[in-house]
Design a protein around this ligand. Structure first.
Ligand code: COA
Ligand code: ZN
Length: 304
């Protein structure tokens, strides 16, 4: 069966949206547990303005103090040249640039238009040219925007083209507020995969409307093999109304494992890490398998 790559984003997408700051040593412990749970890539943090995202103000410390596993690609979100310099000083494997397909969401998120953000990427990329760091380009609100509504496919395709011209190794289509439908995912991904076979394509879904795992299946059917997911299903963009958690890593791995896909991820270790995360946060986590157990966890009938 096909190999699917699991890319963990809870330490960034998840923790950025929590009410409380998670103490740095606890974040590091969480990331170390995830590194040992077989995820293929992990977004460890973001090098953004600490005023904009106070929860990730310890980015340098976290990035420098985690125990790195050579099987994992460690990535970090960066919005600009300053972020790139900070990330490179911590020896990240990859930087993840972010722009929104929706101009309105981009203005809310980084205070600039989509075009201005891309212009700014030029100096960031030229700084990165002689650094040994991979470049991923993310496109927020690729499947719909909570302010503007639907986003034309041609808009997304032209942003991918721009990232390719800038020299990105991969791109991520992000469904920032869970507006993608499975049909839409299949149709857009078919076009993306056939047109951009030289780029690694990742899908980043939020489960805001319960369509997340259905969208994964349609993404796979269209030829995508890389998926972002967040432990416990935590996450969300603080600059988008109604944003809720990513698809849940352990739920995703559970589904794909029992469908016989080839994965590096270890479900039991992910469930342990999810229970650890549950203790760090002061609310219930949206993930379902951590509560219900695996489909192979049977119950003693005499107890019911
Ligand atoms: N890291 C740390 N500080 C940064 C920074 C970075 N990458 N980029 C800018 N700053 C600081 C500047 O040094 C300046 O600091 P000062 O006020 O102490 O002088 C301040 O931020 C303002 O700089 P400016 O270039 O005018 O940025 P801005 O205020 O227009 O903010 C962003 C632009 C992109 C830095 C900010 O909007 C941001 O970090 N957004 C976070 C987006 C995000 O993470 N969203 C969630 C993802 S879904
Ligand atoms: Zn997200």
């Amino acid at each position: 069966m096909e190999r699917i790559f699991i890319q963990e984003v809870a330490p960034r997408d998840g923790l950025q949206n929590e009410d409380a700051f998670i103490p740095t040593p606890k974040k590091i412990e969480l990331i170390n547990q995830l590194s040992n749970a077989g995820v293929d890539k992990m977004e460890v943090t973001s090098f953004v303005s600490p005023k904009a995202v106070p929860n990730l103000r310890d980015a340098e410390e976290v990035m420098k103090m985690i125990k790195r596993n050579t099987d994992v690609t460690y990535t970090a979100l960066i919005p600009n040249l300053k972020g790139a310099k900070r990330a490179v000083s911590c020896n990240v494997d990859e930087v993840n640039l972010l722009v929104s397909a929706s101009n309105t969401h981009n203005l809310k998120n980084v205070g600039r238009s989509t075009e201005e953000t891309f212009e700014g990427f030029r100096e960031t990329i030229s700084f990165l040219e002689d650094k040994r760091v991979l470049i991923n380009g993310s496109i927020g609100t690729s499947f719909g925007c909570p302010f503007e509504g639907s986003i034309p496919e041609r808009r997304v395709l032209s942003l991918i083209e721009k990232y390719r011209e800038l020299g990105a190794n991969g791109i991520t289509l992000a469904d920032t507020t869970g507006m993608a439908t499975p049909k839409q995912v299949y149709e857009l991904c078919k076009k993306v995969i056939s047109r951009f076979h030289d780029l690694d394509v990742t899908l980043h879904f939020h489960n805001t409307r319960g369509m997340g795992l259905a969208n994964v299946i349609e993404g796979i059917r269209a030829g995508v093999t890389r998926f972002d997911a967040s432990l416990g299903g935590v996450g969300g963009c603080p600059f988008a109304p109604g944003a809720t958690g990513n698809i849940c890593t352990e739920d995703l791995v559970h589904m794909l494992q029992f469908m016989d896909y080839e994965l590096n991820a270890n479900l039991d270790k992910l469930l342990d890490a999810s229970h650890y995360l549950g203790k760090l946060l002061s609310h219930d986590l949206p993930g379902q398998v951590a509560k219900a157990g695996k489909i192979t966890d049977l119950h003693d009938a005499s107890n019911f």
